[in-house]
Write a protein that binds this ligand. Structure first.
Ligand SMILES: [Zn+2]
Length: 440
């Protein structure tokens, strides 16, 4: 256990003296040059962070904290962040396409909780009816993502994006009434669900809970994956979270049900139909990305503790799992991961490093907790670790004290340990991201 920390300290020794500011973990200034011999923290092959926010279109967290540099440029800030990753041996980053913040987002407010931001960057060449934002605006956004992904490729930091399913622009759904004509409660009984779909973004451009079992919707989503990687060939791949928002209530998605109330409940429950639907999505997603030479990453969240999912979900894709279902133990990984590994699935560890949604940081009070998790994971053959910057749940909490186990993700945090420990979430939330926007 100690050797993990020692190795890490050794690799980051040159950076520790740079942390002098109090408050949020301060990053060392990056040289922009990859440090020779920098090793992967904790001995993993893949080490990086998934940001719930900032997105590509929000000010990146970085060495300039706690204040932004003058005249900040979105692409330049992300490039500096990537330099810092390269300097510290982190080799991937996951950035949302859809902006989450409110008035503080430089390209304008939105609050896409599920990261589904294809309408911000795609031309929707195959489905032009899905366009819903100004063409010049989209082109400017494309330029940002192109610069960031190319810089990541050049520096050896794989740049992924992430999204939940199943969402689609209103414009696309409105143009195709067959997508919302669904078999409901029993076979042969159809309803028009169009009026039931809801938006959760501030701009109100996206519907969620769209039915994956509609062939046209499948074609549309595949076209999004393909156009994204065609537009941004330097992008590494996509991380997806199937199962949320994927709460269609049709017979194909959740099976036959006796009444509307039962269907409403069933959309949150396991069923053979739901397993088949999600497994089919994962298969299609993995094939589309593999065919383009990109890496598909899938959160295994949907399976929960249900081992019956393990044989349903396809191979040829890397599953990223929280180290325990709700992060409530510190002896990880959760034994539930063992059947996945035995079944031959490629697994990465996911750990919240900020945010209190799943009590992640709270269980890391014992100083050696994360070392123990890392040791156990490596002994099981887990080759990747993804930290989660769960920013949404910082905002939702006013007074939560916890220890941030940043040591595997931010070497400079080690020097700030005394400062970080015991600070409330509000205190350490970067000030320039303080406005998450309000849902109307
Ligand atoms: Zn459905």
């Amino acid at each position: 256990m100690e050797s993990n920390r020692r190795d890490f300290l050794k690799a980051s020794a040159g950076l520790l003296g740079a942390s002098t500011l109090k408050g949020y973990p301060v990053w060392a200034e990056s040289s922009g040059e990859k440090t020779k011999g920098a090793s992967q923290p904790g001995g993993f092959e893949h080490t990086g962070i998934w940001y719930f926010l900032p997105s590509f279109f929000e000010y990146s967290l970085g060495p300039w904290q706690p204040t932004l540099p003058a005249n900040p440029d979105l692409a330049e800030l992300w490039k500096q962040t990537i330099d810092w990753y390269a300097d510290n041996g982190l080799n991937f980053i996951v950035i949302h396409l859809g902006p989450y913040g409110g008035e503080s987002v430089p390209i304008g407010p939105d609050r896409i909780r599920f990261g589904w931001g294809y309408h911000y960057v795609l031309n929707f060449d195959r489905f032009p009816e899905a366009r819903c934002l100004d063409e010049d605006f989209v082109k400017r956004n494309q330029d940002i993502v192109r610069q960031v992904t190319e810089h990541g490729r050049d520096k050896g930091v794989a740049v992924y994006t992430h999204h939940y399913n199943f969402l689609a622009p209103k414009t696309f759904v409105d143009a195709h009434p067959e997508i919302t004509r669904l078999e409901f409660l029993r076979k042969g009984s159809f309803v028009d669900a169009h009026g039931k779909l809801q938006c959760w973004d501030m701009r109100r451009l996206l519907y969620y809970d769209v039915c994956w079992n509609k062939p046209l919707y499948q074609e549309f989503v595949i076209s999004c994956f393909q156009e994204y990687h065609t537009l941004f060939p330097a992008a590494a791949g996509i991380l997806v979270t199937p199962g949320e928002r994927a709460r269609c209530q049709c017979v194909e998605c959740i099976g036959e049900r006796p009444n509307a109330q039962a269907a409403k409940v069933a959309r949150y429950q396991d069923s053979p139909q739901k397993r088949r639907t999600i497994a089919h999505f994962v298969k299609v997603f993995a094939k589309t990305l593999n065919d383009m030479g990109k890496k598909p990453l899938v959160r295994s969240w949907i399976a929960g503790v249900n081992e019956q999912w393990i044989d349903v979900l396809p191979k040829g894709v890397t599953y990223v799992t929280k180290y325990s279902v709700f992060d409530l133990t510190d002896g990880g990984p959760d034994p539930k991961i063992i059947p996945w590994i035995k079944a031959g699935h490629d697994m990465w560890l996911m750990k919240e490093i900020s945010g209190v949604e799943n009590a992640g940081p709270l269980v890391l009070t014992p100083p050696d907790a994360f070392d123990r998790i890392v040791d156990n994971c490596r002994s099981l053959g887990i080759r990747g670790v993804m930290g989660v910057f769960n920013s949404e749940w910082d905002y939702c909490t006013e007074e939560n004290e916890y220890n941030m186990p940043m040591s595997y993700f931010s070497p400079t945090a080690l020097a700030n340990d005394a400062v970080i420990r015991g600070k409330s979430v509000q205190t350490i939330t970067p000030t320039f991201l303080a406005d998450p926007g309000r849902l109307s």
